[in-house]
Write a protein that binds this ligand. Sequence first.
Ligand SMILES: *[C@@H]1O[C@H](CO)[C@@H](O)[C@H](O)[C@H]1NC(C)=O
Ligand SMILES: *[C@@H]1O[C@H](CO)[C@@H](O)[C@H](O)[C@H]1NC(C)=O
Ligand SMILES: *[C@@H]1O[C@H](CO)[C@@H](O)[C@H](O)[C@H]1NC(C)=O
Ligand SMILES: *[C@@H]1O[C@H](CO)[C@@H](O)[C@H](O)[C@H]1NC(C)=O
Length: 740
Amino acid sequence: MLQQQQLPEQLQNQPLWIKHKRPILLLLGLSLCAAILGLIFYTHYKLHTKNNNQPVTPCVSPACRKASARLSTSIDPFTQPCDYFLFTCGSDTLWQDSGSRQRGQGIPGHPQNQMEKSAWPGRVPENEEKLQRRRGKDKTLNRKTVLLQHLKEILESNDMLNSSAVQKAKGFYHSCLDTSSLENTGAEPFLTLVQKLGGWAVSGKWNRTDFNSTLRLLMRDYATFPFFNLYVGKDPNEIGQKTTKRYIQIDQPDLLIPIEWNSKTQKSEAKTETLRPFLASCQRYLAMLGAPPSNRMIHVGLFISLSSELAVAASPLHYRLVKGQLHQRMTIKELQEQAPAIDWLGCLQATFHPLSLSEDDHVLLHNLPYIAQMSRIITKWLNKHETSTSGPLHTFMVLSLLHTMMPAMDSRFSDTRRNFSVILGNTDQEAPRWKHCVLETERGFGSVLTHLLSERTAQREAEETIQNVFSTFKAKLHELNWMDQKTHQLVMEKIHSFTPRLWTSEEISRGAELDLTFSEVTVSTHSFFSNYVQLLSLWQKRRSKLLTDPSEPADIMSVTPVLLGKDIVFPVGMFIPPLFHSTYPRAMNYGAAGFLITKDIIHLLLPEILSHSETMRAVGKCVWDHYLTVTDGAGRGSVSRLSAAQQQELWLQYFALQVALQAYQQSLRQRPGDSSLSGLSHTHLFLTAFSQINCDTDPYWEFMPLEPSFLITVICAKTNLCPTSLQCSLRPQQSSVQTC
Ligand SMILES: *[C@@H]1O[C@H](CO)[C@@H](O)[C@H](O)[C@H]1NC(C)=O
Ligand SMILES: *[C@@H]1O[C@H](CO)[C@@H](O)[C@H](O)[C@H]1NC(C)=O
Ligand SMILES: *[C@@H]1O[C@H](CO)[C@@H](O)[C@H](O)[C@H]1NC(C)=O
Ligand SMILES: *[C@@H]1O[C@H](CO)[C@@H](O)[C@H](O)[C@H]1NC(C)=O
């Protein structure tokens, strides 16, 4: 105001000059006025939005430009305050086919792995059509999808890295993408492989190779386990002890024939209604592998007959759990007595080469009755077909190998498999090829990807965010109303005993080390098949390493923290764009990654916090009431009463959002000034980043009764926190909003 008053004075002091330059000066004065007004308006706005008065520098890094482009195409929670909580998040079909990724640790589907299994449940959108209209699927940020996309970018990047291991990983990935080469070579490479195993009677001559040595070869070189499965994992009876050793675990196999459990007879049996299509698909495979029509029926018949016999002894997990058949410990020698048809020591030694094993080493079994029965069946079939040249056991093993090699076969094979799985009722869409290839690359070159990923992660910034969030979290816990002093103390003691940290680089192999590890791998540009064979042996090496190395391997595909002793270890996969980047305004990092960190910490450390504090119920109820008021129950599900788990999740996410925001403000106090993006104010940017991860799924997802973005409305009800007041209601008039 002062400056504006001074202006006329200046004009009076220099009348002569004005005479000549009046029009120009007038213009100048006007624009000055406008500029000053603008400045005042801007300052006023900044004050109003409670930002620091630091000059805001726009972030123009490549990562920020990308993020900015992304923001411009997504819904702004403030300009379209109604939009974001009217849709529900979609499902990511990739995570429904659980077979796409199998780690050699633990038993898939076993109780100890249940969290992992249900970690990424496929969500059934309530209104798919509405969802598609409102928001393209690609815009939903699911941590797993984000990580895969990021790994894809890394693998496709063209930086001149000199590491040979990196070049090999990239070469492998590209050969996987090259489907036209795959089509051109057809079944030839597989048939060559069969010749190496002594041929087979299906299309040619079988050299009557030794059963035990073929099995050893399949297990050692091709990660194929036709008659039983092998894993490496801990013994749950030992968990909790200081050193937990890993063991070889032997389980029933994944038979190709579809089986079902008959609860009356307590036996598995082949699904009769699928036998005909199964038979047809087997015949098609054999035809594609060059079997003459006259031959096919005999071999397929024998294969199905052997498969059905083996299937009878297989049983589902719940049955084996009840019968106490899981994690049954015995020595290899004892196992040999129980199942003499297999050369156990030889097989296991081959698989875990160069490790030396002895007869007295312990293994864990997960279905001993199956293993014993399988041994009897093999002996019976060996005797029955001793004089014949058809070799059904050999054919069975070769078809198992075909199954292993399927990802590297041409599309006729995968189409046949897909058609059959459709008959089995599998309606999932096929994941795009690149996703499949990223996952395959990870299976063999996991350590290389981990190295690349951690190299690109801003470790200092990530560490700082983790620490800030954790200390704010601890401080904010004190503000809650606890049931009693003792509970409060116990919770705080527990929290204080843990140290959060990033998965450090010491645990991650360095470049030179990696080059050595992969020195024997030669990646060919045009033969994915031969690359894939090498991948299988890399995979086997990884398994062996798991058995000897006591340290926990960094799991690159993990996107949630884990507890290792007294450490809460955060995987680097949580600190990638668009969730996190060193050049991003911190507002974005805290809004997305900061929120996720808080949420995960609470889930990990205080899974049953609801029963310990009154505040949570009250806050959860307040948020829910608020939601009901605004939507009139028109949102997701119109339940008016929430279960305890839902109340907890609602409180938890709201609390996590508050913690993340407070941690950000604390970070601003420590280190004032933050860059900006798309001209958004700090808080606006923070909340926008938060709304971007609306569709993140974790095991607790199903308990969240509303879209997390709605929490923005709730948090903005606090005076002056948000850039603009959010006025959204599906009801004609909105009742006044209380603060939660
Ligand atoms: C790259 O590798 C080559 C040979 O492997 C070596 O001679 C050269 O010094 C390396 N360059 C860098 C920058 O490491
Ligand atoms: C079968 O054995 C014969 C004689 O040992 C050998 O010449 C031939 O190459 C073998 N064939 C295959 C497919 O291994
Ligand atoms: C495989 O090896 C086991 C153990 O040495 C032996 O008992 C069994 O007879 C062998 N099977 C065949 C078919 O040679
Ligand atoms: C798979 O099914 C489709 C449609 O039913 C059919 O057109 C195609 O030929 C089948 N492919 C194979 C390899 O069986």
